[in-house]
Structures are given as structure tokens and as C-alpha cells.
Design a binder for this molecule. Structure first.
Ligand code: OSB
Ligand code: MG
Length: 381
């Protein structure tokens, strides 16, 4: 398959509601949509980096630079090494994109945006869905909701109640120092049987061990990324000291990271985010490792538009994604998504589309409407 052009659009989109985590409050999404073209087909990928490097070292603007200065030229160089004429990019399979990028360190969200666009394009060219291209077997995926930090327990309890009524299969609650044990106790008292988990976004240290021991009493499904964003050693000590399963998010950037964390016992569950690990091919590897070692895994979210959301739905159809993911329907995030139809949930389930590629269409007028900047790389010469 010849990739004829890559277009990177930068979008600003207002979210339905503000989202607060231990690293701040967000009301807008600043993101990149990558389009890869071949013949009559376009494939789309989303760069899920935050506007500033609070979650990881990447940010929207650094990803735009990485794509322009390193990733697109790297694809051209890689393709030339395979024997294609200067500037032209030809691939047999999208896994070659991550192989081509492997010599460039990290920049995972930038890589993933480009790789995802090529997977969608390739699936469309093959006449199959992205889920099928990835080896997905689930026809429906289970959906959880991630709830940001609320200023009062009453507001949180109301939000959890609405989520339970809407059918979400598990409820994730963000925590931070000062909004943790008492808050979760209040929620648990209201919802004794609801599958609840907490996400700390790396806001604690081993000095908080007593807090985590106390959380053991709340029967949480798991606690996500309690300790430092780059740690797998302290997490190992924490997991050995508590009953609640530890789930790793920020700490896992690759299948190699996952292998080491599994070997150490740093957690029992992995949140797989396609962007954080550098793409769909790396996500497949982590999914396979989790299956091999008997860990549960689920698909994380980064407040994606429909494009990134469709990628999440496709990867979550793989058998190793055993728990509900942060893949809530479009309407939770956007007044109007940029895809059609939007992602919908029925009784806590999303049906994995079987139409070509992502299985949802990107609406050009909506994409254009949110685009603040656009740049195209012509790969035909
Ligand atoms: O830690 O999982 C996280 C959003 C932005 C950055 C990090 C995280 C999140 C979420 C939201 O939890 C998940 C979603 O609804 O997309
Ligand atoms: Mg998280």
C-alpha cells in the first residue's frame, strides 16, 4: 500500500463538562487528527497528548513537531531503505510503521497518531474493519466511566448515581490527597454493590501506605497508578502490602515495561492506552502478555474525540481486554462528535462496528470547523 499523503490538523474542542484530576482541570481538548491517504481511501488517527505535559512528557505541540520533523521523514527514509523511490512510502502491513519508528525513542503519542491513521487506511484497503485487522473477537465491549474530582461528596454521589442508572459497568473515581479515603467511604456507603475503582494519577508515595491499607476495606476493583508516573519498584512494594489490585497506567510505555512490571509484581492489572504505548501494534503485544501471564487488562481513555474513541473500541475487542474500559459514549464528552454515527452505549455495552476501518465516518465539515491549523505532507515524490 502506497501512502500518498499525511495531513495533520490541530483542533480545539470544548468539552461537555470540566474534568478534574490530581494534575488540574480541563474544559477544552487541544488535539491533533492525522489523516493518511491512499487512492480513494483516508485513514484517521488521533494524538491523545494533553495540551501541556501533565500526564506524560508529551504535549500537543511537541507531537506536531515530532511528526513533522522526525516521524514523516523517518517513514520516507525507512521506505527508501526498503527500495522505494525517494520520498515515497510503501508498506505491506501497518505493523511496519511501529518497526520504522522504533529507532526514534519515546514520542509515543505522536507515533501512535500516525500509526493509527495507517492502520485505519490499511483496514479500509483490505476491505475489513479495524477490529478484525487487529484480531478482535468481541462483538460488544463493556464500558466504564471515569469521573473527575468533584468539589463535594454530594456532587460526586449524584454523578455516580447517574452513571449507575445509565448502565456503566464500573465506575472510576479520581482521587488526590485530601479527596480520597473519606470521600470514597461516603460513595461506598451509598453504593455498597457497585464495581468502583480509584485513579490517583500518581499523586501518592509509599509514605501513604496507611491510606492504601485503609482503602483495602472499601472493596475497590483496583487502584490505578497510585505512585509515581515513572515507577514500577515502589508499586511492587505497595502491591505486596495491600489486597486491592494495583493497576498500572502512566508507568507502562511498552510491552517491555509491561514484561518487567509483571516480573516484579508491580500490579495485577494494566490499563492499555494506545497513545501511551506508541500505537496499536504495541497495544496488541501488551494484550498478548497480559493473557499469557493471567493479568486483567482494559482500555484506558484520554478524553478522545470519536476518532480516538473508535480506535479504543477496536482494540478493546481483543480477548485480553477482560475488564470494562474508559470508553464512554461520545455524548459524555461532546455536544457533537466529529464522527458519524457517534459512539453509543446500550446497557453498558458498545457494539464493535463491522464496517470498513474505524467503522465510523469522519464528518469533514465538523473536522474543518474545529481545525485551527493544518499541514499536509505530500509523499508522492
Ligand atoms: O489517568 O486515565 C487517566 C483522562 C486524561 C488523562 C488521564 C486519564 C484520563 C481519564 C479519562 O481517566 C478517561 C476518559 O474518559 O477518556
Ligand atoms: Mg489513569
Amino acid at each position: 500500500m502506497r501512502i500518498e499523503s499525511i495531513t495533520v490538523r490541530r483542533l480545539t474542542m470544548e468539552m461537555m463538562s470540566a474534568f478534574t484530576t490530581s494534575f488540574g482541570t480541563q474544559t477544552h481538548r487541544d488535539l491533533l487528527i492525522v489523516e493518511a491517504r491512499s487512492g480513494a481511501h483516508s485513514g484517521y488517527g488521533e494524538c491523545v497528548a494533553m495540551a501541556a505535559p501533565f500526564y506524560s512528557e508529551e504535549a500537543t505541540s511537541t507531537c506536531a513537531v515530532a511528526i513533522e520533523e522526525y516521524l514523516v521523514p523517518r517513514l520516507q527514509n525507512w521506505s527508501r531503505q526498503q527500495g522505494t523511490p525517494d520520498g515515497v512510502v510503501v508498506i505491506d502491513h501497518p505493523r511496519q510503521i511501529s518497526e520504522a519508528f522504533a529507532s526514534l525513542k519515546r514520542n509515543n503519542m505522536a507515533k501512535s497518531a500516525v500509526e493509527g491513521a495507517v492502520w485505519d487506511l490499511w483496514a479500509k484497503q483490505q476491505g475489513i474493519s479495524l477490529a478484525e485487522a487487529l484480531g478482535g473477537t468481541r462483538k460488544q465491549i463493556q464500558v466504564g466511566l471515569s469521573i473527575g474530582i468533584k468539589s463535594t461528596d454530594a456532587e460526586l454521589i449524584e454523578t455516580v448515581g447517574a452513571a449507575v442508572d445509565a448502565g456503566y459497568r464500573r465506575i472510576k473515581i479520581k482521587i488526590a490527597p485530601g479527596r480520597d479515603l473519606e470521600m470514597l467511604r461516603a460513595v461506598r456507603a451509598e453504593f455498597p454493590d457497585t464495581p468502583i475503582m480509584a485513579d490517583a494519577n500518581s499523586a501518592y508515595t509509599l509514605a501513604d501506605l496507611e491510606l492504601f491499607r485503609a482503602l483495602d476495606g472499601l472493596d475497590l476493583m483496583m487502584i490505578e497508578q497510585p505512585l509515581a508516573h515513572d515507577d514500577i519498584v515502589d508499586h511492587r512494594h505497595l502491591q505486596a502490602a495491600i489486597r486491592t489490585p494495583v493497576c498500572l497506567d502512566e508507568s507502562i510505555h511498552s510491552a517491555e515495561d509491561a514484561r518487567k512490571a509483571i516480573e516484579l509484581g508491580s500490579g495485577r492489572i494494566i490499563n492499555i492506552k494506545i497513545g501511551r504505548v506508541g500505537g496499536l501494534a504495541e497495544s496488541q503485544k501488551i494484550e498478548a502478555l497480559c493473557r499469557e501471564h493471567g493479568l486483567d487488562a482494559w482500555c484506558g481513555g484520554m478524553l478522545e474525540t470519536g476518532v480516538g474513541r473508535a480506535h479504543n473500541v477496536a482494540i478493546a475487542s481483543l480477548a485480553g481486554f477482560t475488564l470494562p474500559g474508559d470508553t464512554a459514549p461520545s455524548a459524555r464528552y461532546w455536544a457533537q462528535d466529529i464522527i458519524e454515527p457517534e459512539v453509543v452505549m446500550d446497557a453498558g455495552l458498545i457494539t464493535v462496528p463491522t464496517a470498513l476501518g474505524l467503522g465510523y465516518s469522519v464528518v469533514a465539515s465538523r473536522l474543518d470547523g474545529h481545525t485551527t491549523h493544518s499541514v499536509s505532507y505530500d509523499l508522492t515524490s
